[in-house]
Structure formats: C-alpha cells, structure tokens
Design a protein around this ligand. Structure first.
Ligand code: CDP
Length: 256
C-alpha cells in the first residue's frame, strides 16, 4: 500500500492518489461500522464483495446513461475512479419504510410507500448525518438549485433501474443511499454519481421471504453478513454458485 499516496480514509474505504490526473483509487476495506461508528467489526471478504457489486452497479448504470465515477476495477479490492468534489449530502431513496424513517414517522417496517421518497442528509459524522430539507441546502449553499434538480432526477432514475434489476433476481430494493460529486472536465462541471452502491448502502430483502441481505444483518446482529452479500453477488451473476460463502476472496479473475 505504501506505493500510493493516501488521500482520505473513511469507515469502509480508503482513497489513494490515482495513476493519472483527475483519477483516484478506491480501496474497499473489510471494516464495518454502524450507528455512526459506535459499532465496529471486521467482516472477512466484505470489501472484495462490495468492490465487485459496486463495479457491477456502476457499470450497469453507466450503460443506461447515468454518469458515474467508475472507470475500471483494478484488483480484488481496488477500483479506478474519477476524482470528484463530493457534494456534502447523502441522497436517500426509499420505496418501502424501514430504518430511521420507520422510527421517525412510526410507519411499520415493510410498509410499501405510496411513491418513491427522496430524502437528504448532511454528510457530517460529528452531527450524525442529520436529515435536512431543500431549504437548508439552498440557504447554506451545500448544493446549487440546478445541482439539486440533477441529484433528484438521477436518484429517481437509479431507483427505477436498480429496482427492476433487483426484482429480476428476486430482491426487493427497500431503500438506498447515493452520493454525488462535481466532476470537472475541459472547463465544464457536471454532477456524477460517486461513492459506492453495495449491500452496505442499500436495504435489500428477499422478495419472497423478506430475509435481509444487507448491512442490517450487521446492525441488528443477525449474523451471516458476508454470506448475505455473497448471495446478492451470486444472484446478480457476479460470482458463481460454487464461490459463495467463506471463499469469496478467491473470486476468479479478481486480481486482474
Ligand atoms: O441505516 P439507518 O437506519 O441508520 O438510516 P436510514 O436513513 O434508514 O438509511 C436508509 C438507507 O441508506 C439504508 O439502505 C442505509 O443502509 C443507507 N445509508 C447509508 O448507506 N449510509 C448512511 N450514512 C446512512 C444510510
């Protein structure tokens, strides 16, 4: 790891300087945190799975015209990405009530929402990523009005595409979190999807049994966290049946 200059270390990922200007290397750790890092663990193979799942999602989204930071996967834990200026907001899209929305509004987990709901949280660990309104965002200039239009439109397109993709493999996309960044190119600036899309950032339930296949297995001590993540990867066709389970770090071709 010493060959590259570290730019930033987050809870589940590290960013290193990339090989070319305007690129970074995103490294996926096995570390898991929840409740604003009050709960921590190392989950063997999680980083490998999230690297693959995020690659898959970003590639598919790129294929339907949703601009994102993914360039290519470098090895089992690293991907080359475009360097962006992260917009300090977490965009949460919800199809089914769960998590903090259920708590806050007293809506039973699992209740289908009348329409997809988009929420914004300020990216600020010290404050616990508080929910903010578009009024706050405009008043404090966390994002410009035209960027907000773009964030909402892109998030809803991501939701439509991913809901269909997951439904096709027997998974309900309950909710997820996206992050966006400003990408600068030839004096132009545009908003693109950044960060990751993985079972760390989505709630994914089995369509038939409602079994949780996401980070709630860790948050709620349900066990079988990486097994659930590899089940998601298997259903998406990213890993083969035989590769499921403890052996995830041996994904073939992963070091290419
Ligand atoms: O996850 P939690 O109950 O704390 O918050 P939520 O607002 O119900 O989370 C909605 C969705 O965003 C879930 O799929 C979370 O996994 C995801 N999320 C995330 O990836 N990172 C955060 N900092 C907060 C939420």
């Amino acid at each position: 790891m010493s060959r590259k200059r570290m730019i930033y270390e987050g809870k589940a990922k590290i960013l290193y300087e990339g090989p070319e200007p305007n690129t970074l290397i995103q490294y996926f750790k096995d570390d898991a945190t929840a409740f604003n890092a009050e709960k921590k663990a190392v989950l063997d193979g999680k980083g490998v799975l999230n690297n693959r799942i995020s690659e898959f999602m970003m590639t598919r989204l790129g294929g339907v015209g949703i601009p994102n930071h993914f360039i290519k996967r470098l090895n089992m834990r690293e991907q080359l990405i475009k360097k962006v200026e992260i917009i300090p907001l977490e965009v949460i899209v919800r199809n089914v009530a769960a998590g903090t929305m259920s708590k806050r509004l007293g809506i039973a987990e699992g209740t289908q929402l009348p329409r997809a709901i988009v929420e914004f949280c300020l990216k600020d660990d010290a404050l616990g990523d508080p929910l903010v309104s578009e009024e706050h965002i405009a008043a404090f200039s966390w994002a410009q009005p035209h960027e907000m239009d773009e964030l909402i439109a892109l998030s809803l397109r991501v939701n439509d595409f991913m809901s269909g993709l997951f439904a096709g493999v027997g998974i309900k996309l309950v909710d997820f979190k996206l992050e966006f960044g400003r990408f600068f190119e030839n004096d132009m600036q545009r908003v693109i999807l950044a960060d990751e899309i993985s079972p760390d950032s989505c709630r994914l339930w089995d369509l038939e049994t409602n079994e949780k296949l996401d980070k709630d297995r860790f948050r709620r001590d349900l066990g079988g966290v990486t097994e659930a993540y590899s089940e998601v990867a298997r259903r998406l066709g990213i890993i083969k049946e035989s590769q499921q389970g403890a052996n995830v770090v041996d994904i073939s071709g992963a070091s290419k």
